[in-house]
Write a new protein. Structure first.
Lengths: 532, 118
Protein backbone atom coordinates (compact mmCIF):
# COMPACT_ATOMS: atom_id res chain seq x y z
CA UNK A 1 0.00 0.00 0.00
CA UNK A 2 1.11 3.56 -0.55
CA UNK A 3 1.65 5.82 2.40
CA UNK A 4 -1.38 7.86 1.39
CA UNK A 5 -3.54 4.74 1.30
CA UNK A 6 -2.24 3.59 4.70
CA UNK A 7 -3.17 6.90 6.28
CA UNK A 8 -6.60 6.93 4.64
CA UNK A 9 -7.29 3.43 5.87
CA UNK A 10 -6.30 4.27 9.45
CA UNK A 11 -8.49 7.39 9.30
CA UNK A 12 -11.41 5.33 8.05
CA UNK A 13 -11.08 2.70 10.75
CA UNK A 14 -10.64 5.10 13.63
CA UNK A 15 -13.63 7.11 12.39
CA UNK A 16 -15.67 3.92 12.29
CA UNK A 17 -14.55 3.04 15.82
CA UNK A 18 -15.51 6.51 17.02
CA UNK A 19 -18.91 6.40 15.34
CA UNK A 20 -19.79 3.09 16.91
CA UNK A 21 -18.56 4.21 20.30
CA UNK A 22 -20.61 7.39 20.12
CA UNK A 23 -23.72 5.37 19.38
CA UNK A 24 -23.15 3.45 22.59
CA UNK A 25 -21.74 6.23 24.71
CA UNK A 26 -24.74 6.76 26.95
CA UNK A 27 -25.26 3.09 27.60
CA UNK A 28 -21.61 2.73 28.61
CA UNK A 29 -21.84 5.80 30.85
CA UNK A 30 -24.74 4.20 32.64
CA UNK A 31 -22.80 1.00 33.23
CA UNK A 32 -19.98 2.78 34.98
CA UNK A 33 -19.78 1.77 38.65
CA UNK A 34 -16.12 0.84 38.80
CA UNK A 35 -13.64 2.10 39.89
CA UNK A 36 -15.79 5.06 40.85
CA UNK A 37 -19.47 5.22 39.93
CA UNK A 38 -19.35 8.55 38.14
CA UNK A 39 -20.99 7.50 34.92
CA UNK A 40 -18.46 8.90 32.50
CA UNK A 41 -16.65 5.90 31.02
CA UNK A 42 -18.45 6.09 27.67
CA UNK A 43 -17.81 9.81 27.46
CA UNK A 44 -14.16 9.46 28.42
CA UNK A 45 -13.51 6.74 25.89
CA UNK A 46 -15.30 8.72 23.22
CA UNK A 47 -13.19 11.80 23.93
CA UNK A 48 -10.04 9.70 23.82
CA UNK A 49 -10.89 8.12 20.47
CA UNK A 50 -12.01 11.49 19.14
CA UNK A 51 -8.59 12.90 19.98
CA UNK A 52 -7.02 10.17 17.85
CA UNK A 53 -9.38 10.85 14.95
CA UNK A 54 -8.70 14.58 15.10
CA UNK A 55 -4.96 14.19 15.21
CA UNK A 56 -5.10 11.94 12.15
CA UNK A 57 -7.11 14.54 10.26
CA UNK A 58 -4.18 16.88 10.37
CA UNK A 59 -1.50 14.22 9.90
CA UNK A 60 0.58 14.05 6.75
CA UNK A 61 1.05 10.84 4.80
CA UNK A 62 3.94 8.84 6.17
CA UNK A 63 5.23 5.32 6.51
CA UNK A 64 3.39 2.91 8.73
CA UNK A 65 5.71 3.13 11.76
CA UNK A 66 5.30 6.91 11.76
CA UNK A 67 1.53 6.68 11.55
CA UNK A 68 1.52 4.11 14.37
CA UNK A 69 3.59 6.41 16.56
CA UNK A 70 1.28 9.33 15.78
CA UNK A 71 -1.77 7.29 16.79
CA UNK A 72 -0.13 6.15 20.03
CA UNK A 73 0.89 9.69 20.83
CA UNK A 74 -2.57 11.08 20.12
CA UNK A 75 -4.07 8.45 22.42
CA UNK A 76 -1.64 9.39 25.16
CA UNK A 77 -2.26 13.11 24.84
CA UNK A 78 -5.99 12.75 24.45
CA UNK A 79 -6.53 10.16 27.17
CA UNK A 80 -9.47 11.07 29.39
CA UNK A 81 -10.34 9.35 32.61
CA UNK A 82 -9.23 5.98 33.84
CA UNK A 83 -10.67 4.09 30.89
CA UNK A 84 -9.03 6.54 28.49
CA UNK A 85 -5.65 6.03 30.09
CA UNK A 86 -5.98 2.24 29.89
CA UNK A 87 -7.14 2.54 26.29
CA UNK A 88 -4.17 4.75 25.43
CA UNK A 89 -1.88 2.02 26.71
CA UNK A 90 -3.77 -0.58 24.68
CA UNK A 91 -3.38 1.61 21.60
CA UNK A 92 0.30 2.03 22.25
CA UNK A 93 0.87 -1.70 22.62
CA UNK A 94 -1.03 -2.46 19.43
CA UNK A 95 0.51 0.40 17.46
CA UNK A 96 4.03 -0.74 18.33
CA UNK A 97 3.31 -4.09 16.67
CA UNK A 98 1.23 -2.89 13.72
CA UNK A 99 3.75 -0.19 12.87
CA UNK A 100 6.48 -2.75 12.40
CA UNK A 101 4.48 -5.64 10.91
CA UNK A 102 5.39 -6.34 7.25
CA UNK A 103 1.71 -6.77 6.40
CA UNK A 104 -1.50 -6.62 8.38
CA UNK A 105 -2.69 -10.19 8.43
CA UNK A 106 -4.23 -12.42 11.08
CA UNK A 107 -0.88 -13.12 12.69
CA UNK A 108 -0.04 -9.42 12.90
CA UNK A 109 -3.44 -8.68 14.40
CA UNK A 110 -3.00 -11.40 17.02
CA UNK A 111 0.45 -10.07 17.87
CA UNK A 112 -0.96 -6.54 18.08
CA UNK A 113 -3.67 -7.57 20.52
CA UNK A 114 -1.12 -9.44 22.58
CA UNK A 115 1.12 -6.37 22.60
CA UNK A 116 -1.87 -4.26 23.63
CA UNK A 117 -2.75 -6.63 26.46
CA UNK A 118 0.81 -6.80 27.74
CA UNK A 119 1.19 -3.04 27.65
CA UNK A 120 -2.09 -2.57 29.48
CA UNK A 121 -1.19 -4.98 32.26
CA UNK A 122 2.30 -3.57 32.61
CA UNK A 123 1.08 -0.21 33.84
CA UNK A 124 -0.62 -1.29 37.01
CA UNK A 125 0.80 -2.82 40.11
CA UNK A 126 -2.23 -4.93 40.97
CA UNK A 127 -4.38 -5.57 37.93
CA UNK A 128 -8.07 -5.91 38.77
CA UNK A 129 -9.87 -8.62 36.82
CA UNK A 130 -13.37 -8.14 35.52
CA UNK A 131 -12.31 -4.88 33.88
CA UNK A 132 -11.05 -3.60 30.57
CA UNK A 133 -7.81 -5.43 31.30
CA UNK A 134 -9.54 -8.81 31.35
CA UNK A 135 -11.32 -8.01 28.12
CA UNK A 136 -8.19 -7.00 26.20
CA UNK A 137 -6.41 -10.10 27.45
CA UNK A 138 -9.22 -12.35 26.25
CA UNK A 139 -9.26 -10.56 22.90
CA UNK A 140 -5.57 -11.36 22.55
CA UNK A 141 -6.10 -14.99 23.55
CA UNK A 142 -8.91 -15.43 21.04
CA UNK A 143 -6.91 -13.85 18.24
CA UNK A 144 -3.91 -16.05 18.99
CA UNK A 145 -6.01 -19.19 19.01
CA UNK A 146 -7.68 -18.33 15.70
CA UNK A 147 -4.65 -16.91 13.91
CA UNK A 148 -3.05 -20.34 13.50
CA UNK A 149 -5.70 -21.25 10.92
CA UNK A 150 -4.83 -18.06 8.98
CA UNK A 151 -8.32 -16.61 8.69
CA UNK A 152 -8.93 -13.37 6.82
CA UNK A 153 -8.62 -10.22 8.91
CA UNK A 154 -12.36 -9.42 8.78
CA UNK A 155 -13.25 -12.97 9.86
CA UNK A 156 -10.75 -12.89 12.67
CA UNK A 157 -12.11 -9.55 13.88
CA UNK A 158 -15.64 -10.94 13.95
CA UNK A 159 -14.52 -13.80 16.18
CA UNK A 160 -12.55 -11.48 18.38
CA UNK A 161 -15.50 -9.13 18.85
CA UNK A 162 -17.68 -12.12 19.74
CA UNK A 163 -15.19 -13.26 22.35
CA UNK A 164 -15.05 -9.69 23.64
CA UNK A 165 -18.82 -9.64 24.11
CA UNK A 166 -18.54 -12.89 25.98
CA UNK A 167 -15.71 -11.58 28.15
CA UNK A 168 -17.71 -8.47 28.98
CA UNK A 169 -20.71 -10.61 29.90
CA UNK A 170 -18.56 -12.53 32.36
CA UNK A 171 -17.08 -9.46 34.09
CA UNK A 172 -19.68 -9.51 36.91
CA UNK A 173 -18.45 -12.99 37.83
CA UNK A 174 -15.00 -11.56 38.38
CA UNK A 175 -15.68 -8.25 40.06
CA UNK A 176 -18.05 -8.08 43.01
CA UNK A 177 -18.87 -4.40 42.56
CA UNK A 178 -20.31 -5.16 39.12
CA UNK A 179 -22.23 -8.16 40.39
CA UNK A 180 -23.78 -6.14 43.20
CA UNK A 181 -24.77 -3.41 40.83
CA UNK A 182 -26.03 -5.88 38.24
CA UNK A 183 -23.94 -4.39 35.46
CA UNK A 184 -21.11 -5.44 33.20
CA UNK A 185 -17.85 -3.52 33.13
CA UNK A 186 -18.20 -0.20 31.33
CA UNK A 187 -14.60 0.05 30.12
CA UNK A 188 -14.68 -3.46 28.74
CA UNK A 189 -17.98 -2.78 27.01
CA UNK A 190 -16.50 0.37 25.50
CA UNK A 191 -13.45 -1.48 24.27
CA UNK A 192 -15.64 -4.02 22.49
CA UNK A 193 -17.65 -1.23 20.84
CA UNK A 194 -14.42 0.36 19.58
CA UNK A 195 -13.33 -2.96 18.14
CA UNK A 196 -16.78 -3.57 16.67
CA UNK A 197 -16.50 -0.26 14.87
CA UNK A 198 -13.11 -1.20 13.51
CA UNK A 199 -14.37 -4.64 12.46
CA UNK A 200 -17.26 -3.07 10.54
CA UNK A 201 -14.84 -0.65 8.90
CA UNK A 202 -12.47 -3.43 7.87
CA UNK A 203 -15.33 -5.52 6.46
CA UNK A 204 -16.76 -2.47 4.69
CA UNK A 205 -20.07 -3.01 6.37
CA UNK A 206 -22.36 -0.48 7.99
CA UNK A 207 -22.20 -0.12 11.75
CA UNK A 208 -24.56 -2.35 13.67
CA UNK A 209 -27.36 -0.74 15.65
CA UNK A 210 -26.45 0.47 19.10
CA UNK A 211 -26.91 -2.08 21.84
CA UNK A 212 -30.03 -1.38 23.88
CA UNK A 213 -29.51 -0.20 27.42
CA UNK A 214 -31.20 -2.76 29.53
CA UNK A 215 -31.40 -3.89 33.09
CA UNK A 216 -29.43 -1.09 34.62
CA UNK A 217 -30.38 1.92 36.61
CA UNK A 218 -31.36 1.91 40.22
CA UNK A 219 -29.13 -0.90 41.38
CA UNK A 220 -26.13 0.77 39.86
CA UNK A 221 -26.89 3.95 41.69
CA UNK A 222 -27.02 2.15 45.01
CA UNK A 223 -23.34 1.52 44.79
CA UNK A 224 -22.77 5.16 45.42
CA UNK A 225 -22.17 6.00 49.02
CA UNK A 226 -24.94 8.16 50.36
CA UNK A 227 -24.95 10.45 53.32
CA UNK A 228 -28.69 10.12 53.55
CA UNK A 229 -30.66 7.52 55.40
CA UNK A 230 -33.62 6.59 53.23
CA UNK A 231 -33.53 5.29 49.73
CA UNK A 232 -36.84 6.38 48.29
CA UNK A 233 -38.29 5.09 45.04
CA UNK A 234 -41.57 6.50 43.79
CA UNK A 235 -43.52 5.68 40.67
CA UNK A 236 -45.79 8.56 39.78
CA UNK A 237 -48.34 8.63 36.97
CA UNK A 238 -50.05 11.59 35.44
CA UNK A 239 -50.38 13.67 32.33
CA UNK A 240 -47.60 15.72 30.87
CA UNK A 241 -45.31 15.04 33.78
CA UNK A 242 -42.21 17.21 33.67
CA UNK A 243 -39.19 15.17 34.70
CA UNK A 244 -36.86 18.16 34.79
CA UNK A 245 -39.14 20.20 37.02
CA UNK A 246 -39.59 17.32 39.45
CA UNK A 247 -35.87 16.67 39.43
CA UNK A 248 -35.19 20.30 40.29
CA UNK A 249 -37.54 20.07 43.25
CA UNK A 250 -36.08 16.85 44.57
CA UNK A 251 -32.52 17.96 44.18
CA UNK A 252 -32.65 19.90 47.44
CA UNK A 253 -33.74 16.84 49.39
CA UNK A 254 -30.82 14.52 48.95
CA UNK A 255 -28.49 12.86 46.49
CA UNK A 256 -28.27 9.95 44.04
CA UNK A 257 -31.25 11.47 42.33
CA UNK A 258 -32.64 9.88 39.24
CA UNK A 259 -35.91 10.78 37.52
CA UNK A 260 -36.68 8.73 34.42
CA UNK A 261 -39.71 7.88 32.34
CA UNK A 262 -42.07 9.60 29.97
CA UNK A 263 -44.71 12.30 30.43
CA UNK A 264 -47.28 9.69 31.54
CA UNK A 265 -45.14 7.92 34.17
CA UNK A 266 -41.98 8.84 35.99
CA UNK A 267 -39.82 6.74 38.22
CA UNK A 268 -38.08 8.70 40.93
CA UNK A 269 -35.12 7.53 42.94
CA UNK A 270 -33.58 9.66 45.66
CA UNK A 271 -31.53 9.19 48.81
CA UNK A 272 -32.87 11.53 51.43
CA UNK A 273 -33.44 12.04 55.13
CA UNK A 274 -36.93 13.30 54.38
CA UNK A 275 -38.79 10.77 52.25
CA UNK A 276 -42.05 12.49 53.17
CA UNK A 277 -41.01 15.62 51.31
CA UNK A 278 -40.11 13.55 48.25
CA UNK A 279 -43.51 11.90 48.30
CA UNK A 280 -45.21 15.26 48.71
CA UNK A 281 -43.33 16.63 45.72
CA UNK A 282 -44.39 13.66 43.62
CA UNK A 283 -48.00 13.83 44.81
CA UNK A 284 -48.15 17.44 43.73
CA UNK A 285 -47.56 16.50 40.08
CA UNK A 286 -49.42 13.21 39.71
CA UNK A 287 -50.83 10.05 41.22
CA UNK A 288 -48.55 7.75 43.17
CA UNK A 289 -48.47 4.29 41.71
CA UNK A 290 -45.98 2.83 44.16
CA UNK A 291 -43.66 3.98 46.90
CA UNK A 292 -40.72 2.14 48.30
CA UNK A 293 -38.65 3.43 51.17
CA UNK A 294 -35.61 1.52 52.32
CA UNK A 295 -33.58 2.35 55.35
CA UNK A 296 -30.04 2.32 54.13
CA UNK A 297 -28.79 1.76 57.62
CA UNK A 298 -28.75 -1.92 56.84
CA UNK A 299 -26.45 -1.22 53.95
CA UNK A 300 -24.23 0.73 56.30
CA UNK A 301 -24.00 -2.25 58.61
CA UNK A 302 -23.02 -4.39 55.67
CA UNK A 303 -20.40 -1.87 54.75
CA UNK A 304 -18.99 -2.04 58.26
CA UNK A 305 -18.86 -5.80 58.02
CA UNK A 306 -16.99 -5.48 54.78
CA UNK A 307 -14.61 -3.12 56.49
CA UNK A 308 -13.92 -5.63 59.23
CA UNK A 309 -13.45 -8.40 56.70
CA UNK A 310 -10.85 -6.29 55.00
CA UNK A 311 -8.61 -6.72 58.04
CA UNK A 312 -8.20 -10.48 58.43
CA UNK A 313 -5.82 -12.07 60.93
CA UNK A 314 -2.49 -11.66 59.32
CA UNK A 315 -0.87 -14.76 57.89
CA UNK A 316 2.59 -15.43 59.25
CA UNK A 317 5.31 -13.80 57.20
CA UNK A 318 7.69 -15.81 55.05
CA UNK A 319 10.42 -14.35 57.23
CA UNK A 320 10.55 -12.24 60.38
CA UNK A 321 13.13 -9.91 61.87
CA UNK A 322 14.55 -10.12 65.38
CA UNK A 323 16.33 -6.86 66.19
CA UNK A 324 18.46 -5.90 69.15
CA UNK A 325 17.60 -2.34 70.00
CA UNK A 326 18.32 0.14 72.79
CA UNK A 327 15.90 2.97 73.45
CA UNK A 328 12.13 3.15 73.49
CA UNK A 329 11.94 5.37 70.40
CA UNK A 330 14.23 3.11 68.41
CA UNK A 331 12.15 0.12 69.43
CA UNK A 332 9.05 1.81 68.08
CA UNK A 333 10.79 2.67 64.82
CA UNK A 334 11.92 -0.91 64.30
CA UNK A 335 8.50 -2.21 65.16
CA UNK A 336 6.84 0.21 62.79
CA UNK A 337 9.13 -1.07 60.04
CA UNK A 338 7.95 -4.61 60.67
CA UNK A 339 10.42 -6.11 63.13
CA UNK A 340 8.58 -9.03 64.73
CA UNK A 341 10.64 -9.28 67.92
CA UNK A 342 12.74 -6.69 69.70
CA UNK A 343 15.40 -7.76 72.16
CA UNK A 344 16.48 -4.97 74.47
CA UNK A 345 20.21 -4.37 74.32
CA UNK A 346 23.13 -2.39 73.04
CA UNK A 347 26.55 -1.08 73.85
CA UNK A 348 26.75 -1.93 77.55
CA UNK A 349 23.80 -4.24 77.84
CA UNK A 350 24.43 -7.20 75.62
CA UNK A 351 21.72 -9.80 75.31
CA UNK A 352 22.82 -13.42 75.61
CA UNK A 353 22.68 -15.90 72.77
CA UNK A 354 19.88 -17.62 74.70
CA UNK A 355 17.82 -14.40 74.74
CA UNK A 356 18.22 -14.19 71.00
CA UNK A 357 17.39 -17.85 70.41
CA UNK A 358 14.16 -17.55 72.35
CA UNK A 359 13.21 -14.45 70.35
CA UNK A 360 13.95 -16.31 67.11
CA UNK A 361 11.80 -19.24 68.22
CA UNK A 362 8.98 -16.93 69.27
CA UNK A 363 8.77 -15.28 65.85
CA UNK A 364 5.89 -16.74 63.83
CA UNK A 365 7.67 -16.95 60.51
CA UNK A 366 9.54 -20.13 59.55
CA UNK A 367 12.71 -18.16 58.81
CA UNK A 368 14.28 -15.33 60.76
CA UNK A 369 16.69 -12.50 60.14
CA UNK A 370 18.70 -11.21 63.10
CA UNK A 371 19.87 -7.60 63.30
CA UNK A 372 22.35 -7.20 66.17
CA UNK A 373 22.68 -3.43 65.62
CA UNK A 374 25.80 -3.27 67.77
CA UNK A 375 29.26 -4.72 67.26
CA UNK A 376 29.22 -6.14 70.78
CA UNK A 377 26.13 -8.16 69.96
CA UNK A 378 27.24 -9.55 66.60
CA UNK A 379 29.00 -12.49 68.22
CA UNK A 380 26.05 -13.57 70.37
CA UNK A 381 23.78 -13.18 67.36
CA UNK A 382 26.04 -15.46 65.36
CA UNK A 383 25.86 -18.08 68.09
CA UNK A 384 22.10 -17.77 68.29
CA UNK A 385 21.87 -18.32 64.54
CA UNK A 386 23.65 -21.64 64.98
CA UNK A 387 21.52 -22.74 67.92
CA UNK A 388 18.05 -21.87 66.67
CA UNK A 389 15.79 -24.58 65.26
CA UNK A 390 14.89 -22.55 62.18
CA UNK A 391 17.01 -21.03 59.44
CA UNK A 392 18.50 -17.71 60.54
CA UNK A 393 20.21 -15.07 58.44
CA UNK A 394 22.56 -12.82 60.37
CA UNK A 395 22.88 -9.28 59.06
CA UNK A 396 26.03 -7.76 60.50
CA UNK A 397 24.58 -4.37 61.27
CA UNK A 398 26.86 -2.93 63.92
CA UNK A 399 24.93 0.27 64.63
CA UNK A 400 21.29 1.16 65.12
CA UNK A 401 21.50 3.40 62.07
CA UNK A 402 22.80 0.74 59.72
CA UNK A 403 20.25 -1.68 61.19
CA UNK A 404 17.56 0.82 60.27
CA UNK A 405 18.88 1.10 56.74
CA UNK A 406 18.60 -2.67 56.45
CA UNK A 407 15.19 -2.74 58.12
CA UNK A 408 13.75 -0.29 55.62
CA UNK A 409 14.20 -2.73 52.74
CA UNK A 410 12.80 -5.71 54.66
CA UNK A 411 9.69 -7.28 53.17
CA UNK A 412 7.99 -10.01 55.20
CA UNK A 413 6.60 -11.70 52.11
CA UNK A 414 10.08 -12.67 50.96
CA UNK A 415 12.29 -15.45 52.25
CA UNK A 416 15.03 -14.74 54.76
CA UNK A 417 17.71 -15.30 52.12
CA UNK A 418 16.12 -12.87 49.68
CA UNK A 419 15.71 -10.26 52.38
CA UNK A 420 19.22 -10.81 53.63
CA UNK A 421 20.73 -10.07 50.23
CA UNK A 422 18.94 -6.73 49.98
CA UNK A 423 19.46 -5.84 53.60
CA UNK A 424 23.19 -6.45 53.37
CA UNK A 425 23.39 -4.25 50.33
CA UNK A 426 21.51 -1.55 52.24
CA UNK A 427 24.11 -1.62 55.01
CA UNK A 428 26.65 -0.27 52.57
CA UNK A 429 24.45 2.56 51.40
CA UNK A 430 24.71 4.60 54.60
CA UNK A 431 27.44 6.39 56.41
CA UNK A 432 26.93 6.47 60.16
CA UNK A 433 28.04 8.79 62.92
CA UNK A 434 27.71 9.02 66.67
CA UNK A 435 28.06 11.62 69.35
CA UNK A 436 28.82 10.16 72.75
CA UNK A 437 30.37 11.21 76.05
CA UNK A 438 33.87 10.02 76.94
CA UNK A 439 33.92 7.83 80.01
CA UNK A 440 37.66 8.34 80.54
CA UNK A 441 40.64 10.26 79.21
CA UNK A 442 41.92 8.58 76.11
CA UNK A 443 43.81 9.27 72.92
CA UNK A 444 42.29 7.84 69.77
CA UNK A 445 43.86 8.22 66.35
CA UNK A 446 45.82 11.22 67.58
CA UNK A 447 42.73 12.87 69.05
CA UNK A 448 43.01 13.53 72.79
CA UNK A 449 39.66 12.98 74.41
CA UNK A 450 38.93 14.22 77.91
CA UNK A 451 36.64 12.39 80.26
CA UNK A 452 33.18 13.92 80.36
CA UNK A 453 33.57 15.69 77.02
CA UNK A 454 31.49 15.01 73.94
CA UNK A 455 33.21 13.21 71.17
CA UNK A 456 32.06 12.32 67.73
CA UNK A 457 32.75 9.35 65.47
CA UNK A 458 32.08 8.78 61.81
CA UNK A 459 32.15 5.17 60.67
CA UNK A 460 33.99 4.36 63.89
CA UNK A 461 36.73 6.95 63.38
CA UNK A 462 36.92 9.76 65.92
CA UNK A 463 36.48 13.15 64.25
CA UNK A 464 35.86 15.69 67.00
CA UNK A 465 36.08 16.28 70.73
CA UNK A 466 34.99 19.11 72.96
CA UNK A 467 32.76 20.50 75.64
CA UNK A 468 30.20 21.87 73.23
CA UNK A 469 27.67 19.38 71.90
CA UNK A 470 26.84 21.68 69.00
CA UNK A 471 30.45 21.88 67.85
CA UNK A 472 31.08 18.17 68.09
CA UNK A 473 27.79 17.26 66.46
CA UNK A 474 28.43 19.90 63.80
CA UNK A 475 31.81 18.36 63.00
CA UNK A 476 30.26 14.91 62.66
CA UNK A 477 27.59 16.30 60.37
CA UNK A 478 30.17 18.06 58.20
CA UNK A 479 32.13 14.85 57.83
CA UNK A 480 29.01 12.87 56.96
CA UNK A 481 27.97 15.45 54.39
CA UNK A 482 31.44 15.77 52.86
CA UNK A 483 30.13 13.51 50.13
CA UNK A 484 26.87 14.65 48.53
CA UNK A 485 23.97 13.13 50.49
CA UNK A 486 20.21 13.36 50.18
CA UNK A 487 18.98 12.47 53.61
CA UNK A 488 20.40 12.91 57.08
CA UNK A 489 18.71 11.00 59.88
CA UNK A 490 19.20 12.05 63.48
CA UNK A 491 18.22 9.75 66.32
CA UNK A 492 18.24 11.63 69.61
CA UNK A 493 19.33 9.74 72.71
CA UNK A 494 18.38 9.76 76.35
CA UNK A 495 18.90 13.23 77.80
CA UNK A 496 20.06 14.64 74.48
CA UNK A 497 20.77 18.37 74.33
CA UNK A 498 18.51 20.53 72.19
CA UNK A 499 19.19 20.27 68.48
CA UNK A 500 17.99 23.76 67.55
CA UNK A 501 21.41 25.22 66.83
CA UNK A 502 22.48 22.15 64.85
CA UNK A 503 19.30 22.12 62.78
CA UNK A 504 19.59 25.85 62.04
CA UNK A 505 23.12 25.38 60.87
CA UNK A 506 22.11 22.46 58.69
CA UNK A 507 19.39 24.50 57.09
CA UNK A 508 21.82 27.31 56.29
CA UNK A 509 24.81 25.28 55.16
CA UNK A 510 23.06 22.29 53.56
CA UNK A 511 19.66 23.45 52.33
CA UNK A 512 19.49 20.55 49.85
CA UNK A 513 19.73 17.84 52.48
CA UNK A 514 16.55 16.49 53.93
CA UNK A 515 16.84 16.19 57.70
CA UNK A 516 14.81 13.66 59.60
CA UNK A 517 14.85 13.84 63.39
CA UNK A 518 13.52 10.89 65.36
CA UNK A 519 13.42 10.37 69.09
CA UNK A 520 15.52 7.25 69.55
CA UNK A 521 15.91 7.27 73.32
CA UNK A 522 19.11 5.21 73.31
CA UNK A 523 21.42 5.49 76.35
CA UNK A 524 25.05 6.68 76.14
CA UNK A 525 24.67 8.27 72.73
CA UNK A 526 23.06 11.70 72.78
CA UNK A 527 22.97 11.55 69.01
CA UNK A 528 23.15 8.86 66.35
CA UNK A 529 23.41 9.99 62.75
CA UNK A 530 23.20 8.39 59.37
CA UNK A 531 23.52 9.86 55.91
CA UNK A 532 22.53 8.34 52.60
CA UNK B 1 -3.15 10.32 63.33
CA UNK B 2 -3.44 8.93 66.83
CA UNK B 3 -6.84 7.96 68.19
CA UNK B 4 -8.46 7.67 64.82
CA UNK B 5 -11.74 8.97 63.52
CA UNK B 6 -15.05 8.00 64.97
CA UNK B 7 -18.30 7.11 63.30
CA UNK B 8 -21.43 7.02 65.39
CA UNK B 9 -24.09 4.51 64.51
CA UNK B 10 -27.10 3.34 66.44
CA UNK B 11 -25.21 0.16 67.25
CA UNK B 12 -22.33 2.00 68.85
CA UNK B 13 -19.26 3.90 67.85
CA UNK B 14 -16.66 2.76 65.40
CA UNK B 15 -13.15 4.09 65.57
CA UNK B 16 -11.00 3.91 62.49
CA UNK B 17 -7.31 4.66 62.89
CA UNK B 18 -5.15 6.49 60.41
CA UNK B 19 -3.27 3.23 59.94
CA UNK B 20 -6.42 1.45 58.82
CA UNK B 21 -7.20 4.26 56.40
CA UNK B 22 -3.65 4.13 55.08
CA UNK B 23 -4.03 0.39 54.47
CA UNK B 24 -7.14 1.04 52.41
CA UNK B 25 -5.38 3.81 50.53
CA UNK B 26 -2.47 1.47 49.85
CA UNK B 27 -4.71 -1.29 48.52
CA UNK B 28 -6.65 1.13 46.38
CA UNK B 29 -3.61 2.92 45.03
CA UNK B 30 -2.00 -0.37 44.04
CA UNK B 31 -5.05 -1.09 41.90
CA UNK B 32 -5.24 2.35 40.34
CA UNK B 33 -4.34 2.17 36.70
CA UNK B 34 -0.91 3.57 36.00
CA UNK B 35 0.45 3.08 39.50
CA UNK B 36 3.42 0.75 39.44
CA UNK B 37 4.74 1.55 42.90
CA UNK B 38 4.71 3.77 45.90
CA UNK B 39 7.52 6.23 46.44
CA UNK B 40 9.26 6.46 49.76
CA UNK B 41 8.77 10.14 50.22
CA UNK B 42 10.77 12.18 52.67
CA UNK B 43 13.70 9.83 52.70
CA UNK B 44 13.73 7.96 55.93
CA UNK B 45 10.81 9.84 57.45
CA UNK B 46 8.39 8.56 54.89
CA UNK B 47 9.72 5.09 55.15
CA UNK B 48 9.93 5.14 58.92
CA UNK B 49 6.33 6.15 59.18
CA UNK B 50 5.25 3.18 57.16
CA UNK B 51 4.48 -0.01 58.98
CA UNK B 52 4.90 -1.96 55.81
CA UNK B 53 5.22 -1.55 52.10
CA UNK B 54 1.53 -1.12 51.58
CA UNK B 55 1.49 2.12 53.47
CA UNK B 56 4.77 3.34 52.08
CA UNK B 57 4.40 6.77 50.56
CA UNK B 58 1.03 7.40 52.19
CA UNK B 59 0.13 9.79 54.95
CA UNK B 60 -3.27 10.34 56.45
CA UNK B 61 -4.26 13.38 58.44
CA UNK B 62 -7.39 14.95 59.80
CA UNK B 63 -8.93 18.33 59.26
CA UNK B 64 -12.25 19.70 60.47
CA UNK B 65 -13.66 18.98 57.00
CA UNK B 66 -12.55 15.36 56.98
CA UNK B 67 -9.59 13.13 56.21
CA UNK B 68 -6.67 14.49 54.28
CA UNK B 69 -4.67 11.92 52.37
CA UNK B 70 -1.31 12.30 50.69
CA UNK B 71 0.16 9.71 48.37
CA UNK B 72 3.52 9.51 46.67
CA UNK B 73 3.41 7.21 43.70
CA UNK B 74 5.50 5.92 40.83
CA UNK B 75 3.66 5.82 37.50
CA UNK B 76 4.38 3.87 34.34
CA UNK B 77 6.16 5.90 31.69
CA UNK B 78 4.08 6.87 28.69
CA UNK B 79 0.80 7.51 30.45
CA UNK B 80 -1.05 10.78 30.70
CA UNK B 81 0.06 11.80 34.18
CA UNK B 82 -2.67 14.37 34.77
CA UNK B 83 -5.36 11.81 34.04
CA UNK B 84 -3.68 9.10 36.08
CA UNK B 85 -3.41 11.48 39.04
CA UNK B 86 -7.02 12.56 38.70
CA UNK B 87 -8.15 8.96 38.68
CA UNK B 88 -6.06 8.07 41.72
CA UNK B 89 -7.55 11.02 43.55
CA UNK B 90 -11.15 10.10 42.85
CA UNK B 91 -10.64 6.37 43.29
CA UNK B 92 -8.89 6.76 46.64
CA UNK B 93 -11.45 9.25 47.95
CA UNK B 94 -14.27 7.02 46.81
CA UNK B 95 -12.91 3.79 48.26
CA UNK B 96 -12.01 5.35 51.60
CA UNK B 97 -15.44 6.93 51.92
CA UNK B 98 -17.12 3.73 50.81
CA UNK B 99 -15.23 1.47 53.19
CA UNK B 100 -15.02 3.74 56.21
CA UNK B 101 -18.02 6.02 55.95
CA UNK B 102 -15.69 8.90 56.77
CA UNK B 103 -15.54 12.05 54.71
CA UNK B 104 -12.42 12.68 52.68
CA UNK B 105 -11.73 16.38 52.32
CA UNK B 106 -8.54 16.23 50.30
CA UNK B 107 -6.42 13.73 48.40
CA UNK B 108 -3.06 14.98 47.24
CA UNK B 109 -1.30 12.87 44.68
CA UNK B 110 2.41 13.35 44.13
CA UNK B 111 3.92 11.58 41.19
CA UNK B 112 7.46 11.10 42.42
CA UNK B 113 8.82 9.15 39.52
CA UNK B 114 7.94 7.49 36.26
CA UNK B 115 9.09 3.96 35.57
CA UNK B 116 10.18 3.00 32.15
CA UNK B 117 8.90 -0.53 31.89
CA UNK B 118 10.39 -3.29 29.81
Amino acid sequence: MTEEADLDRVRELTASALANLEQNRRRIDDLNVYPVPDGDTGTNLTLTVRAIVESLESAAAADRPTIARAVARAALMGARGNSGVIFSQIVRGAADVLGEAPSIDAAALAAALRGASDAAYRAVRQPVEGTMLTVIRELAEEAEERAAAQPSVPDLLLDVVKRGEDAVRRTPEQLAVLREAGVVDAGGAGLVEILRGIAAGVAGEPLPEAQPAEGIGFDAIHQELSRYRYCTVILVEGEELDADALEAQLERLGDSLLVVGDPSALKVHVHTDDPGAAIAAATAVGVLESVEIANMHKQTVEREERLLEAVPDAEPNASDVVAVVAGEGNRRIFESLGAARIVEGGQTMNPSAADLVSAVEAARAPEVIVLPNNENVVLAAGQAAGLASKPVELIRADTIQSGLAAMVVFDGSRSAAENAAEMRAALDSVATGEVTIASRDVELDGLAIRKGNYFGLVDDNPVAEGESFDEVAGAVVERLLAEPRDVLTLLTGEGAPALDALLRRLEEDHPGVEVDVQEGGQPHYPLLLSAE
Amino acid sequence: MEGGSTLSTSLGRITITGDAVAQIVGHTAAQCYGVVGMAARGGRVGRLLARDRLKQGISVGRSPEGLTIELHVVVEYGLNLAEVAATIRSQVAYEVERLTGLTVSAVEVHIEDVRRGS
